[in-house]
Design a protein around this ligand. Structure first.
Ligand code: AMP
Length: 371
């Protein structure tokens, strides 16, 4: 299958060619025709599958047909849990819509609202938002949600994990019932399934890489290492890996800072990225990592969720996550869009039960290695 077989318009095909995408990914193949046909979609897919393009491309194409000549009103709302994801979606829209006329705005908390409201005042077609800032600006009268024709709910399960589901439900009450809804979630816990049932209208369900098989492209290794020894184990693994970019996960913000500090001490360039850092500090850390200025990015889960680095070779779980799905999300940071990757987990005795849970959802044992 090629992108042109998906009946995409020329400007989008050119943009995809520029990005170097040769073929649609499975989620794009399956979802794009239904979205273009105006159907509601329930997409079970995690980041790394190309799901952002799967909704961004058809949305841009539909919008291109319907751009009004006068002042714009928001007709597409994309709701996503984290600032990083919001920025990533915006980047996708900029790339694919480079020569289209639709205008967009991205809003998220933690930064001044002034730039955001200035852009909103001019009128935009697509609004990409995190729930809290959206409700805030709506309450202040900066956002009119009455003309929404397309609504994307991205990473619904993560909305639930992060405690945003109540805000999401409030937002759904504010947008017109008569609309196209695209609902994406990596996992389908009962609450999410219920939410999907309540807001989707006769949806097409599109499933790719269910949690248990999402990790096929990633080689996984488990190293047993007690707390005191983890520091040296990590340093050795990073030094011996020959990788230019390594993403290390910790469970806590404090832990992330600590790891970045000890790596820098042994001359491995590292930066931490977590919720206590300002948006600018996070973006700088991310850009330095993407540009190869820092070798190691140390992140907590919530922040890491939005990170998209295509060339990521190695992911290290410095601590094992206590939620099994989180492991799958973490290691999905490598082996993206057809590339292979390596995921290493450092496990101390008290973390062994977490590994058991993870192996249960993977349906396989993680091979044990030693230094
Ligand atoms: P996502 O699942 O949306 O986070 O996308 C994962 C990564 O795959 C991003 O870096 C995209 O730029 C990339 N990507 C999306 N679609 C394709 C495609 N058809 N071919 C190659 N890479 C893609």
């Amino acid at each position: 299958m090629t992108f042109s077989e998906l009946s995409l318009i020329e400007p989008i095909l050119t943009a995809l060619e520029k990005k170097g995408y040769k073929h649609p990914t499975p989620i794009q193949n399956k979802a794009i025709p239904h979205i273009l046909a105006g159907r509601d979609v329930l997409g079970c897919a995690q980041t790394g599958t190309g799901k952002t393009a799967a909704f961004a491309i058809p949305i841009l194409q539909i919008l291109d047909k319907n751009i009004p000549s006068q002042k714009r009103s928001i007709s597409t709302l994309i709701l996503t849990p984290t600032r990083e994801l919001a920025i990533q979606i915006e980047e996708n829209i900029v790339d694919y819509g480079a020569s289209l006329k639709s205008s967009y705005c991205v809003i998220f908390g933690g930064v001044s609202q002034q730039q955001q409201t200035q852009k909103l005042r001019k009128g935009v077609d697509i609004l990409i938002a995190t729930p809290g800032r959206l409700l805030d600006l709506h309450q202040q009268g900066f956002i009119d949600l009455r003309h929404i024709k397309q609504f994307v709910l991205d990473e619904a399960d993560r909305m639930l994990d992060m405690g945003f589901i109540h805000d999401v439900k409030k937002i759904i009450q504010l947008i017109p019932k008569n609309r196209q809804t695209l609902f994406f979630s990596a996992t389908m816990p009962k609450t999410i399934q219920q939410l999907a049932n309540s807001i989707l209208n006769n949806p097409v369900t599109v499933t790719v890489a269910p949690v248990s098989s999402a990790t096929e492209k990633v080689e996984q290794r488990l190293y047993f290492s007690e707390k005191e020894a983890k520091k040296d184990t990590l340093i050795r693994l990073v030094n011996e890996s020959n990788c230019d970019s390594v993403l290390v996960f910790t469970r806590t913000k404090h832990g992330a800072d600590k790891v970045a500090r000890f790596l820098n001490k042994v001359k491995i360039t590292a930066a931490a990225i977590h919720g206590n850092k300002t948006q600018n500090a996070r973006q700088k850390a991310l850009n330095d990592f993407k540009d190869g200025k820092t070798k190691v990015l140390v992140a907590t889960d919530i922040v890491a969720r939005g990170i998209d680095i295509v060339e990521l070779e190695l992911v290290v779980n410095y601590e094992i996550p206590n939620i099994a799905e989180t492991y799958v999300h973490r290691i999905g940071r490598t082996g993206r869009a057809g590339k292979t990757g390596l995921a290493i987990s450092l496990c101390e005795t008290t973390e062994k039960p977490y590994v058991k849970d993870i192996e249960k959802i993977l349906g396989t044992k993680i091979p044990v290695f030693s230094l």
